[in-house]
Ligand binder design. Sequence first.
Ligand SMILES: [Zn+2]
Length: 215
Amino acid sequence: MASPKPPRGPQLDLAGDLCVAFVNTAGSRTNNRQQGVQSYEELLTWSQRVGLVSTAEALRLGQRATEEAELVQAVFAKAAKVRSALFRIFLAVAGEKEARAADLGVVNSELAAAMPNVRLVPGEEGFTYGWAGEEDALDRMLWPVLHSTAELLISLAGRPQVRQCAAKGCMLFFVDRSPSGRRVWCERQTCGNRDKSLRSYHRVGKYSRFSPRRY
Ligand SMILES: [Zn+2]
């Protein structure tokens, strides 16, 4: 009997930061490059861009999405709910506060639904995670996102390395993996440069290490 084709794992070098990238799809007020993901169609495009679904999978999911409008709305509403809960959890982690039980409840409920689909898959560079489950499950891109949330938050082990960008108006999160542990911007080339020029123009003092901003 031919062995089944192994489920494909995320082709992502974001690794554990996938969940942060997902939260950042909510968008940023000032960063015009990132308009945000506000529909299932856009979620699918983003998922394909970051390697969570292949072109063939995106076509299949896109086809099903056109046939089941109500279900698609429910799936995107769920994705948005998870994203909002993750946003508040990361905000709490960045501010060294406790995450709200209600937000953890949302994430845990969806994590429990995702986990039966996770598989260990051998690859050329060792084992990786893959995802089984129904091929046309409209929410399958959320499974690795939820899994990466668990991996990231557990790996922090009390160290508040999830941060929100210090640039005025930018709400994007990042994981500070710098040797100094003092990274303050989501991207030095964009927010860093804009922030520095604003500071020198207005001659403002240093930003506090963390000042949370919500939508
Ligand atoms: Zn930023």
